[in-house]
Design a protein around this ligand. Structure first.
Ligand code: MIG
Length: 736
């Protein structure tokens, strides 16, 4: 598949390395069955290889979206496009290897610390709570074994569907080989997506593993969090500050201190004596409340959740049958085995404690699972999988008892699934909001994600772009990082710069650790507050555009955040950049990422562009040295785009009646405007409106493609060449 490298030295190195590999590789000791299947998924030729060791059962996938009904047909032998070699080297170790062309970059693999191109180092997939993200960080919270290999010639994909520990060595020895070590005693599958375009590969992968449903509109608004707002008073004050200062916000998030002694499904009577009243009062101000829920259940006969869980054998046990006990926030705690269906149902029913009190969404933390004092239970360079009995605890899978490490990477996934399914059950026609720290391939079907404990460092501001791009390309469209940074203390400059970028994260939440100084938008004086207010207004103005992007994610799998190469695959400069990105097809975001800087080089691909602020036209096909003020919006709009811009609001509850202006960029432009209730699954019952917008030599028209939603009365305008004109009517909606 890889064409011969043009560089002689690379070729020579590769040849030596391969001989060395061949010599050093133990022989294949595999005994069992291998199956090959093929399918055409969203136009991409896909081959699946399933490897079933003697005595093992068929693999049960935790990634595949069963409702997608992708059909495979059996093949007699591996087809030519399947360029992957593999072997079983020891009783618990497998290796897969193939060669990489010298020009190929490696993207994807979910949550990785570092730049967009993952080539040149090793990446461990073993769910880990790492609260110090530095350059040598390797395993993090999420494990998504999808690699996208891309070059000017196109992109191909490799998806290794196994929740067991994986080590991906992406040419760390610079000899042109990718080498994956999988530690497992069970069956597994690998999918090979044949070379195609980047959007097509992501379409195929998300067809297979699912796409997120449209987010509840409120969850796309600004969320304010902190570890912790630990009294009713503190929560009310935050909400009041937001409304008094007219800074847009939709959600207040409650971290672990709302509970009694950190016990799950409790509320502190002392600090939150009138919890329900608090939630409903906030609701009247247009706020939703989200609460954290960790998996650890306090091992205590006084705790009702523990008693119930023990009675129904919900908790993970060790090999001698006793309860596994680990240290987490409530102290000595037990972990529910979310692999069991009845445990997921039970946990879901328990969530009613929060849902019946009006809690709008659930935030799952610590679900790697994290254990104090034992965050890395597997050696960094493990070559063997410990025996089942030595994998911390046992879990259950279709074929019975199984060592935890074999399925560790889905622990958080199964918890998020239980939570998602509970919300669907209790509120069948409401779009659920679940946020999770850990997850596996397919996590997008159950939850939005944030990338855990970053710090208030410019370095982490900068890295949030490539990290979120790789997460997005790995199928997880609804993602973000803590704005302002979680650990350490932020300052005015960093907070402003972070909001300049953060208003473009699909998930937009300010969150801060226990010891950091407060970082709500008003914490640094009036000038900072004013800048952030303006930036958040822009976030809300763009929400109709965000909603359209999520509609397109459902249609095609395209994530809102995309590398430039998504749209400009032949542009060699664009392919190298990971300090700027596309938000959908129309916005290019290029923020300041260094302290003390007010300018930066911005690359605009071919075509013409418009500054988001002020709308001046800028030529594409080259770099520009761009200066940004403290309240500037660091974005450029593609010439030929039409953006629906909403009028100013304080929260999404006010959006349906806010006027919409279709802002046209250039004198020939096209756009799309989508409208629904933003809250229910009505869009699946055709209750939405969908318009194609065009501007042709000054003539604006909105063509209704679908008309199924009775929108409340609102006013519409279009804006072209700096003038704004009222629109008489938009078919399919009520205008006044
Ligand atoms: O051991 O709940 O990543 O967002 O504020 C720390 C307290 C536990 C880690 C999460 C962070 C959260 C914090 N949690």
């Amino acid at each position: 598949m890889a064409k011969a490298p043009d560089n002689f030295w690379i070729a020579a190195r590769q040849a030596t390395a391969l001989t060395r590999l061949r010599k050093s590789r133990p022989k294949n000791i595999f005994k069992g069955q291998v199956q090959y299947d093929k399918s055409e998924i969203s136009g991409v030729s896909t081959v699946r290889m399933t490897v079933i060791p003697q005595g093992a059962s068929l693999p049960q996938s935790h990634a595949i979206d069963e409702t997608a009904n992708v059909n495979f047909t059996r093949l007699k032998k591996p087809p030519a496009l399947f360029a992957l070699n593999w072997q079983k080297e020891t009783e618990s170790r497998w290796t897969l290897h193939w060669s990489l062309d010298s020009a190929e970059q490696c993207w994807g693999l979910g949550e990785r610390y570092g730049g967009l191109n993952l080539r040149g180092r090793t990446h461990t997939l073993f769910a880990t709570d790492d609260d110090l993200h530095i350059e040598s960080s390797d395993p993090l919270y999420k494990c998504i074994p999808l690699l996208l290999v891309q070059s000017a010639g196109g992109t191909y994909g490799v998806f290794l569907d196994s929740p067991a520990p994986q080590f991906w060595d992406l040419d760390s020895e610079r000899n042109g080989t990718a080498n994956v070590r999988l530690l497992s005693r069970r069956a597994w599958s690998v999918y090979w997506f044949a070379r195609s375009t980047l959007p097509e590969i992501v379409a195929a992968y998300t067809k297979l593993t699912g796409r997120c449903s449209l987010p509840a509109r409120w969850s796309l608004g600004h969320q304010q969090s902190r570890w912790s707002y630990s009294t009713e008073r503190a929560v009310r004050d935050i909400a009041a500050e937001y409304r008094n200062r007219k800074i847009p916000c939709d959600t207040v998030v409650l971290d672990i201190d709302y509970m009694q002694d950190y016990r799950v499904f409790t509320v502190s009577q002392e600090r939150f004596p009138r919890f329900e009243r608090l939630v409903s009062d906030l609701g009247r101000l247009g706020f939703r409340v989200v609460t954290i829920v960790d998996p650890g259940v306090k091992r205590s006969a006084q705790d009702a959740t523990f008693r119930e869980g023990r009675r129904m054998a919900a908790f993970c046990t060790t090999s001698d049958g006793s309860l596994f006990v680990g240290q987490v926030w409530p102290g000595a705690s037990c972990l529910p085995d979310f692999m069991k269906r009845e445990v997921r149902v039970w946990w879901g029913d328990k969530l009613d404690f929060l849902l019946s009190r009006g809690i709008a969404g659930i935030w799952n933390d610590m679900n790697e699972p994290a254990l104090f004092g034992n965050q890395r239970p597997l050696k960094a360079n493990a070559q063997e999988l410990p025996e089942d009995a030595d994998q911390l605890f046992l879990q259950y899978d279709i074929d019975g008892e199984i060592g935890h490490f074999e399925v560790r990477n889905t622990y958080g996934q199964q918890m998020a699934r239980a939570t998602h399914e509970a919300l669907r059950k209790v509120r069948p026609d409401e779009r659920p909001f679940v946020l999770t720290r850990s997850g596996y391939a397919g996590i997008q079907r159950y939850a939005a994600v944030w990338l855990g404990d970053n710090k208030s460092w410019f370095e982490h501001l900068r890295l949030s772009i490539p990290m979120l791009l790789n997460v997005s390309l790995s199928g997880v469209a609804f993602c973000g990082v803590d704005i302002g940074g979680f650990g350490e203390s932020t300052d005015a400059e960093l907070l402003i710069r972070w909001y300049q970028l953060g208003i473009f994260y699909p998930f937009c939440r300010n969150h801060c650790a226990l010891n950091g100084r407060p970082q709500e938008p008003w914490s640094f004086g009036p000038a900072t507050e004013q800048a952030i207010r303006r930036l958040l207004h822009v976030r809300y103005q763009l929400l109709p555009y965000f909603e359209r992007l999520f509609v397109e994610h459902r249609e095609s799998g395209a994530p809102p955040m995309r590398p430039l190469a998504w749209h400009y695959p032949d542009d060699l400069t664009a392919r190298q950049l990971d300090d700027q990105f596309m938000l959908g097809p129309d916005l290019l975001v290029a923020p300041i990422l260094q302290r003390g800087k007010t300018r930066r080089p911005v690359y605009l691909p071919d075509g013409h562009w418009f500054k988001f602020d002020g709308g001046s036209q800028v030529a594409g096909g080259r770099f520009h040295d761009v200066e940004y003020e403290m309240d500037s919006v660091p974005a450029f709009v593609r010439g030929g785009a039409i953006l629906p811009i909403a009028g100013a609001v304080q929260h999404t509850g006010q959006l349906p009646t806010a006027p919409i202006t279709f802002r046209c960029y250039g004198n020939r432009a096209r756009g799309r405007y989508w409208q629904d209730d933003g809250a229910t699954f009505g869009y699946e019952r055709a209750e939405y409106n969908d318009w194609t917008l065009t501007l042709n030599r000054g003539r604006f028209s909105a063509k209704c493609v679908h008309n199924g939603f009775a929108s409340p009365a609102r006013r519409y305008f279009y804006e072209a060449a700096g003038h704004r004109y009222p629109l008489k009517n938009l078919a399919g909606s009520n205008t006044d």
